[in-house]
Design a protein around this ligand. Structure first.
Ligand code: C2E
Ligand code: MG
Ligand code: MG
Ligand code: MG
Length: 283
């Protein structure tokens, strides 16, 4: 705010700011009806193993298309939903769609032949509330989805405490067959000690590390260090936001395990994904 910036600084309330405020209220208001009308759908982005080429996972990413405001990206509406008590409803909408899509993947045979996991993004409030999270996961398995078909993506900012009961609960999820992966690794400003406490399968190196990898030696050193650290802890490393073949080859040579990004494929609606997978393995 203007006050925070000091009394000698004159900060105008610009058109840009007022646009943001209208945006915010508009989105918040439309979210309620959007949830009622189930205006959300899912797209899926494949994650492939660098060495074998196999599709290990497809990440489920939410999309919202509102008839008045059009297509709104999750980066804009998820934080608003999170801070205004709407995220749980959205996560249930999401998982309902994901379960229907998993049924489609099974029906069309792609799941049986290529056994990949579907990764879903958890929200911060789901991690701190174990009762809520266990209800949510029970809802998934009630729909006939097996824990072995799902990866749960969490972020560093969700690890607000290293409370033993949360860690024990996450360990019990692994016993059930779920996988837990750390999303946006390296952006959470958190201590790395969680790496030895939380039973993770993989870390997903945030795209901000990948983008400058071809330009800066220091950047490569950083990624190299993360790869060594992760591998010494038996963690798989997924690079996010890999946009071109040069980045893909560089990461692969450095020993990165898996790749996600436009260089492989953009997120796709379920039927398109099925076609993409079939074609991918035919090549
Ligand atoms: P995320 O989980 O880190 O997802 C990866 C984001 O990177 C996605 O953005 C994806 O479309 C984008 N991406 C993939 N490849 C590339 C690339 O090569 N270059 C660039 N520049 N971007 C790439 P998206 O779909 O807009 O989602 C943004 C964030 O919203 C996600 O980040 C996740 O944190 C959140 N989100 C998405 N779906 C859900 C959901 O169902 N539930 C919750 N709670 N959060 C979600
Ligand atoms: Mg994610
Ligand atoms: Mg990510
Ligand atoms: Mg991200």
């Amino acid at each position: 705010s203007a006050k925070k910036q000091g009394k000698n600084r004159y900060v105008r309330f610009t058109n840009d700011d007022s646009q943001k405020v209208t945006d915010f209220y508009n989105i918040l208001q439309k979210l309620t009806t959007g949830i009622e009308n189930k205006e959300f759908n899912m797209v899926y982005q494949p994650i492939v193993n660098c060495k074998s080429g196999e599709i290990t996972t497809v990440e489920a990413l939410i999309r919202w298309n509102n008839k008045d405001i059009g297509q709104i990206t999750p980066d804009r509406f998820i934080p608003i939903a999170e801070s205004h008590g709407k995220i749980a409803d959205i996560q249930y909408c999401m998982i309902e769609q994901v379960s229907r899509d998993i049924a489609l993947f099974s029906e069309l045979g792609v799941l049986a032949s290529h056994s990949f996991r579907v990764a879903i993004n958890l929200s911060a409030s789901q991690i701190v509330d174990i009762v809520h999270l266990s209800e949510f996961l029970a809802y998934i398995t009630d729909k006939g989805i097996l824990p072995s078909q799902i990866s749960l993506e969490i972020t560093e900012s969700m690890i607000v405490s290293d409370e033993q009961h949360i860690i024990d609960y996450l360990a019990s999820l692994i016993d059930q067959g779920f996988q837990i992966n750390m999303d946006d690794f390296g952006t959470g400003y958190s201590s790395l000690s969680y790496l030895t406490k939380i039973p993770l399968s993989a870390i997903k190196l945030d795209k901000s590390f990948i983008e400058p990898i071809l330009k800066k030696t220091e950047q490569r050193a950083l990624v190299d260090g993360v790869l060594r650290l992760a591998h010494s802890l038996n963690l798989t490393v997924v690079a996010e936001g890999v946009e071109n073949d040069l980045q893909r080859e560089t990461l692969s040579k450095m020993g990165c395990d898996c790749i996600q990004g436009f260089a492989v494929a953009k997120p796709m609606p379920p039927k398109k994904l099925v076609k993409w997978i079939t074609h991918y393995y035919e090549q």
